[in-house]
Write a protein that binds this ligand. Structure first.
Ligand code: THG
Length: 367
């Protein structure tokens, strides 16, 4: 019998105990934290997200705080998206690249004040990166991890639940905009966001001692709408085309290759990390692109490590970066990162762990 050995370096989120009490069955590691992934009924959890409302412990989305007179400067230096029009109370999805233009994180940036930002990060150490860049540039910014942990409510009924707890004003929140408030004395920020395309909100808990209480407030409020525990859903996020940096990218992937050109503004100041490389890459031409693939076969393929080769006419053209059974499409689907000369509609082979498989390249998001 295998069991997981707790460690001070693998941190649980403030909602972890509540998730365990609600029947947590599987977890993963993300940002050196425990990321709940399932409660024992993957298909039921998927359909609840599609048709109802699902409650997620996404405390692994750590908040790197930038504070001080040059916090806005640093936010721009770290992000290839133009932030000059970002308002207080607004969030933006941004790409963080290294000096070679390789994407190393894709946080949601929240502007809390002119001198205060949070980077709600994906799975890599942006705090360390931000401290190094700020120090080398001599920027006057205090960088730390804030005591802030997101919990997500996702699905078509999430808005009713959040409005029931907080009031009808939440219905007017625009995508990625947020407001700071309190719930029964618990300090939070409420944002229309979340890692699904089913709609919903994230409640950023600003006091890690209150995780169980906040979890249970939403759990109880959501009963009339059939709320239940869940986690970011791989089938849903792949069907919807949401990127997982680190999973769907490798150590030389630029944002253009993975459908993030909207989030690269080539006119940002020259001192934005990676922008000069991205201008050159854009001018030279993009060598790879990300497409969807629908594999042949009518039953779920085994899960596991998946960076299998994609082959066309005996030549390796790229890799499969994820693969999952789609309950909606009744097929194994995934993303490929391949030679940009190979278009949608091409039939390719994938060197799967369980034998070669045929697949059709399709547009993302999947229809
Ligand atoms: N919420 C919060 N923090 C996060 C995530 C989140 N940090 C880690 C991770 N998720 C960051 N990655 C993403 C990736 C995609 C989106 C959000 C966060 C996303 N993308 C939409 C899309 O691609 O269609 C919309 C982008 C846009 O139009 O601006 O939502 O989920 N707090």
């Amino acid at each position: 019998m295998f069991s997981f050995q707790p460690s001070a370096r693998i941190r649980p989120s403030p909602f972890f105990e509540a998730a365990v009490a609600d029947g947590l069955k599987t977890a993963n590691v993300y940002n050196q934290m425990i990321m709940p992934t399932g409660f024992g009924d993957p298909e039921g959890e998927y359909w609840r997200l599609i048709n109802g409302v699902s409650q997620w412990d996404v405390g692994v989305e750590r908040q790197v705080q930038l504070k001080g007179p040059e916090a806005g400067r640093l936010a721009q230096v770290l992000s290839t998206r133009d932030l000059s029009n970002c308002k207080v109370g607004q969030g933006k999805y941004v790409a963080v690249c290294d000096h070679a233009g390789t994407i190393i994180n894709d946080p949601i940036l929240l502007k809390l004040a002119d001198d205060l930002f949070w980077l709600s990060i994906a799975d890599s150490d942006v705090e360390l990166w931000a401290k190094a860049i700020a120090a080398e540039r001599g920027l006057n910014v205090d960088i730390c991890e804030a005591d802030v942990s997101p919990m997500a409510l996702q699905g078509p009924k999430a808005e009713d639940v959040v409005a029931h707890v907080l009031g009808d004003w939440v219905r007017a929140l625009k995508y990625f905009w947020f407001r700071e408030t309190e719930i029964d004395g618990i300090p939070v920020a409420v944002q229309r966001s979340g890692w699904s395309k089913q709609g919903g909100f994230e409640i950023y808990l600003k006091d890690s001692t209150q995780g169980t209480r906040l979890w249970n407030i939403f759990k109880e409020a959501g009963q009339p709408w059939g709320i239940g525990p869940g986690a970011p859903s791989t089938p849903e996020r792949v069907e919807s085309g949401l990127l997982s940096v680190g999973g769907d990218t490798d150590d030389r992937t630029n944002p253009f290759e993975v459908r993030l050109e909207k989030f690269v503004d080539l006119h940002v100041p020259d001192d934005t990390v990676g922008i000069q490389a991205l201008r050159r890459i854009r001018a030279d031409g993009i060598r790879r692109h990300q497409l969807g693939i629908v594999l042949e076969g009518d039953r779920p393929a085994p899960l596991g490590m998946r960076r299998e080769d994609v082959v066309l006419d005996g030549r390796r053209i790229g890799m499969l970066t994820n693969c999952v059974w789609s309950y909606r499409m009744k097929a194994n689907i995934g993303f490929v990162l391949i030679d940009s000369a190979v278009p949608v509609g091409t039939e390719v082979m994938v060197a799967r762990a369980d034998g070669p498989g045929r697949g059709m390249l399709v547009e993302i998001p999947f229809r």
